[in-house]
Design a protein around this ligand. Structure first.
Ligand code: 5AD
Length: 367
């Protein structure tokens, strides 16, 4: 089986995959994912680690994560923040509270923030976030400094709204496709939420000039290894800059928690394999070690970094709001100090003082 790993060779953005990919290449990826061979798992992670060391070195970049609101118009069947979940206290931090957290992050030496929330699509909400971004830039970007880098993860919006947020100073955007299979996407979302719209949003973000991140959940009910292989090819085809992959973790107050069985044998190991394959196929992207991965295993952080992750998100959300930002059950929260300790122990370095943008973005734009 480790011959199958050798068919996935180190390439810049899938450079030695044929395009459109041959059925054989899809199958090779799917076979690697489906294999329960321990040797294959070890070889694959070693290869990813080697690739990452060669291309990116041992740096890991933190993004201070502020989950500033759990208000959400969407009703995704898997997500605890879904509109129909009434067993959740809803909150939104004020602009002053978010700016104060940003100032604290800046003073601690962070160079980047990730602002994340449920989805509110009104122009009022977008104006609110734009104003917050401008204030954060005002207090941090001067005296020759570019200030705090801002990553947004606030969902599907209109082109002009993405433009407005970009003009305010955001420069990275995370919007997971959740699955690249339109049929599975429809099984996870109510009729008003469309796969096509998600694709259009990803394209809009790219056209505007954001560093664009996407990703999927691994181990969704009904999801197959073939679909996961197609997800990897989707990332390559879309030429993404950043990736977030996490295991699906059922949330008891969602419809999907009582949905069909998971087909994937071991979502934890399969997520790690997906990460390792992604690193080999797209050596220059930024890849986050997701909180979901760290939640389902005590080794999640160290193993995720070994599999090629080079970004982590220490949580800065106020403690009293954390339990209400429950995307899934028993979400783990790690502080900067905890992450630094574990990252050092794994032989990597958590870096302050650099933005740590996706090298892939600059290569893609030939900057
Ligand atoms: N398990 C794992 N990840 C989840 N997300 C939402 N609900 C869950 C869940 N039950 C992820 C989605 C979304 C991101 C914000 O959180 O991928 O894009």
């Amino acid at each position: 089986m480790s011959a199958a790993v050798n068919t996935i060779s180190l390439s810049d953005n899938g450079g030695n995959l044929s395009w459109p990919p041959l059925q054989a290449e899809r199958e090779a990826l799917s076979n690697v994912l489906a294999s329960q061979d321990e040797d294959l798992f070890a070889v694959l992670l070693d290869k990813a680690e080697e690739c990452r060391a060669t291309v990116l070195g041992n740096k890991v970049y933190p993004r201070g994560l502020i989950e500033f609101s759990n208000l959400c118009q969407c009703d995704c069947y898997y997500c605890g923040l879904r509109h129909s979940n009434t067993r959740l206290g809803r909150y939104r931090l004020t602009a002053d509270e978010i700016v104060a957290l940003a100032r604290e992050a800046w003073e601690k030496g962070y160079q980047s923030l990730a602002l994340q929330s449920g989805e509110l699509k009104s122009s009022r909400e977008v104006k609110f976030v734009s104003e917050v971004i401008k204030r954060i830039k005002d207090i941090t970007a001067h005296d020759g400094s570019q200030g705090l880098g801002i990553t947004l993860s606030i969902g599907e919006l209109a082109y002009q709204q993405y433009q407005q947020l970009f003009d305010a100073g955001a420069h990275r955007y995370l919007l997971r496709i959740e699955t690249s299979d339109p049929k599975l996407f429809n099984q996870l979302h109510p009729p008003g939420q469309s796969f096509q719209k998600r694709l259009e949003c990803l394209q809009a973000l790219k056209d505007i000039g954001y560093q664009v991140g996407t990703g999927v959940m691994v181990g969704l009910p009904g999801q197959t290894y073939e679909q996961l292989a197609a997800d990897l090819l989707f990332f390559v085809e879309r030429d993404i800059d950043m990736l977030g992959l996490g295991p699906y973790i059922p949330h008891p107050d969602t419809p999907l928690a009582s949905g069909p069985e998971t087909v994937i044998a071991n979502p934890y190991k399969t997520t790690l394999k997906m990460m390792a394959l992604a690193r080999l196929l797209m050596p220059y992207i930024n890849m986050v070690c997701s909180t979901a991965l760290q939640t389902i295993s005590a080794d999640g952080l160290a193993m995720g970094i070994k599999a090629g992750a080079n970004v982590v998100m220490p949580v800065m959300t106020p403690e009293e709001n954390r339990s209400d930002y429950s995307l899934y059950a028993a979400k783990k929260y790690s502080s900067f100090e905890q992450l630094r300790h574990e990252i050092n122990a794994a032989g990597y370095e958590l870096v302050l003082g650099e933005w740590g943008d996706s090298p892939h973005y600059f290569r893609r734009r030939q900057l």
